[in-house]
Design a protein. Structure first.
Length: 399
């Protein structure tokens, strides 16, 4: 029985007539995903065009806005000089660069070493390529669950997310989402070792890999409990050896980086101390509640309405009977994004990898009578996202 059916809607079986070679399978997958990649690229092109025009009118360099500010600078410094840099704030606080995970700077450094790109332009190139890979993986998950049309719309909606401008920046969001989407797709196909290996890389990319690790672990636990109750106790471990191996692999990337920071700093809890220095400790949502309480009443009501919409999307995902790994991953990303004590303005960006939240609206849009109507809605969302992105990038605060 496929693992993805655990407490979820059954998923269509694999077609019997798959291409034989790995190259042929990859080519077939890419051909099927071409409309989704085209839609995603078109949406992001709108965002870049609006940013370029707006930045030019303001006398600013659009590429610098994408690759030379905020977290991008930290990643590039790590790519060029390695770890060990700390900023001392005016109030005496410290911001060590150990808060930033190593995979993106490693890719930036590697690409800059073999191409004419600078580290900054390499970071942008990695983010853009990862964005396409993420859209491909998101399409693959959506198409497997609800058909190709829904998969295409899902990829386009992810590109039109309100803070999707970050997908064009030298940040980790696209890289992490690509690894997460393909890891979930591997789980849906029962390819647990591949899923675990992708999760290792995700754990070297962002701390929110904890959500992906949880998705794999909860799904595997549900499978084992179901079969235990069904009486299949004798060969429980042997029958799911690959699944258990994938789950054991999953946290190794995240753990490896935590151990690396512990060794470098000489303290077993050094990574968590670093996060506390950056104000990113887990506080159970107290910082969020305090932020809302400190807003003027209209703004507080508006933010509460936005959180209500977020909760409604989560309910729709549950009612949609999303497969367990997809559902757990999406909810876990949201929870991790809301219970931290960090800068509030970054929370919508931190939730962007939770693409399963977009599955209900994607299915609804895919069900519209004509492609023109669907395209019109996506186009309107893309323009709104592009305008918001340009306005944010031309402002003073980080996303």
């Amino acid at each position: 029985m496929p693992d993805q059916q655990t407490r979820s809607r059954p998923v269509a079986p694999e077609p019997r007539s798959e291409p034989r070679s790995t190259r042929d399978r990859a080519a077939a997958l890419l051909t099927a995903a071409a409309p989704a990649l085209g839609a995603y690229a078109a949406v992001r092109a709108v965002g870049l065009l609006v940013l370029g025009v707006w930045a030019s009118a303001a006398g600013k360099d659009a590429l610098h806005l994408l690759g030379g500010r905020w977290d991008s600078v930290w990643y590039q410094r790590i790519a060029e000089d390695g770890y060990g840099y700390t900023v001392t704030l005016p109030d005496g606080g410290l911001h060590p660069d150990f808060a930033f995970f190593p995979l993106l700077p490693a890719l930036e450094r590697g690409l800059a070493a073999v191409t004419p790109f600078t580290v900054q332009s390499a970071g942008i190139a990695v983010a853009w390529l990862a964005g396409l890979l993420a859209a491909w993986g998101i399409f693959a998950v959506g198409a497997r669950l609800h058909g190709k049309r829904a998969g295409v719309v899902l990829a386009a909606l992810w590109g039109a997310y309100p803070t999707a401008f970050v997908q064009s920046m030298a940040y980790t969001e696209t890289l992490f989402t690509a690894l997460a989407a393909w890891s979930l797709y591997a789980v849906l196909r029962g390819r647990w070792i591949a899923a675990g290996a992708l999760c290792v890389l995700a754990g070297l990319t962002r701390p929110s890999a904890a959500a992906l690790i949880a998705a794999l672990a909860v799904t595997a636990a549900a499978v084992l409990v179901r079969e235990w109750r069904a009486g299949g106790r004798r060969d429980l471990v042997r029958g799911h050896a690959r699944m258990l191996l994938g789950v054991c692999l999953a946290p190794l990337g995240w753990l490896a980086y935590v151990v690396f920071v512990a060794v470098r700093e000489g303290s077993p809890f050094a990574y968590f101390d670093v996060q506390a220095q950056w104000g990113n400790s887990i506080d159970g949502g107290r910082a969020l509640a305090g932020f809302i309480a400190g807003l003027p009443l209209p703004a507080a009501l508006g933010l509460c309405a936005a959180l209500g919409l977020l909760g409604w999307l989560v309910v729709l995902c549950v009612r949609q009977r999303q497969p367990l790994p997809v559902l757990v991953y999406g909810i876990a990303v949201v929870v991790v994004s809301l219970i931290g004590s960090g800068y509030f303005g970054s929370r919508p960006r931190l939730m962007m990898p939770a693409f399963p939240l977009l599955l209900p609206p994607a299915v609804a849009l895919a069900g519209l009578r004509t492609t023109v109507r669907t395209g019109a809605v996506v186009a309107a969302l893309a323009l709104g996202s592009a305008a918001y992105g340009a306005w944010t990038l031309l402002g003073p605060g980080p996303p």
